[in-house]
Design a protein around this ligand. Structure first.
Ligand code: HH2
Length: 278
């Protein structure tokens, strides 16, 4: 039986992990830009990820890689027009990766249930009211600055404490705008205005984020910090590092894993959980 949105929103209590497959309908994403820009290729990839065990599909039409430029809502919607209805027909929960309320509204109309907003409601003041009126769940992510400049010398005194207090403030802001806390998922934003040491501290520090009482989502997939540790310059070859990062975060209490390589992580999680449960 497929998972429900409530199962995902309760996962910090049940500790059941969920794999969220990344579907970038973009020409310029950092690891798979252009691969799934064609709608038919995107739909085939969505099917493949669900077949491999993704219970959530995170569909996005705008890259947020470091130094990327923003694109408008109309262009995002054009990119998503054919893909979203096919994705929402699959036995998975669909999440829309956007910071624009107009794009999120289009996706919710097509059957998406989660808004993955990497700006945590700061980019578009309509986002929280949209989520509130539609009863959508939201991923609230930490980012220092904006994609254009976020990797320009990010500094923290205590990265885990600062990210935790940012996320606490965004959960409160969402609640004040009508999105109940129990519809929110929090994410420390691996790679979004963070150096290697910050990413490592956050992956190990998931337990402190869990004290917010919300499920923690982690998105380390193929990111630069893995290349820094392993010397692997090609993002698509960073699978081993991605799995290690996810398993470390699982141990610390993360339950939602946003990855490009679904099948490999599903297997790794099965083995890790079997060992934990033995
Ligand atoms: N990372 C990316 C995009 N969206 N959303 C959440 N909640 N957490 C993340 O860590 C996260 C995210 C960046 O990865 P990707 O989608 O592969 O690249 P791009 O932004 O270049 O499309």
């Amino acid at each position: 039986m497929s998972a429900t949105l409530e199962d995902i929103l309760n996962s910090h209590r049940t500790r059941r992990p969920f794999v969220m497959g990344v579907l970038n309908v973009t020409p310029d994403s950092f690891s798979d830009g252009g691969e799934f820009f064609d709608p038919a290729a995107a739909v085939a990839q969505a099917r493949k990820m669900v077949h491999e065990g993704a219970e959530v599909l995170d569909v996005g039409a705008e890259s947020t890689r470091p130094a990327s430029s923003r694109i408008g809502a109309a262009e995002q919607i054009d990119r998503l027009r054919e893909v979203l209805p096919a994705a929402t027909d699959l036995p998975a929960i669909v999440s829309i990766d956007t910071t624009r309320a107009e794009v999120a509204a289009f996706a919710l109309d097509a059957g998406a249930e989660i808004i993955n907003d990497v700006s945590a409601g700061r980019d578009d003041e309509e986002m929280f009211s949209l989520a509130a009126s539609r009863g959508a769940a939201m991923v609230l992510m930490h980012m220092l600055g904006e994609p254009k400049s976020m990797q320009d010398n990010p500094r923290y005194d205590d990265v885990v404490a600062q990210v935790r207090s940012f996320l606490a403030e965004r959960v409160s802001a969402a609640a004040a705008a009508g999105v109940p806390g129990d519809r929110c998922i929090v994410d420390p934003g691996i790679g979004f205005g963070k150096l290697l040491e910050h990413n490592l501290a956050l992956l190990g520090g998931v337990g402190e984020l869990l004290s917010l009482g919300r499920p923690v989502l982690i998105g380390p997939s193929r990111k630069r910090f893995i290349g820094e540790l392993t010397g692997e310059p090609v993002p698509a070859r960073r699978l081993g590092g991605t799995i290690a990062a996810c398993l470390a975060a699982l141990r610390a209490g993360a339950t939602i894993f946003r990855v490009h390589d679904v099948g490999a992580l599903v297997s790794a999680l099965k083995v890790a959980r079997a060992i934990e449960g033995s």
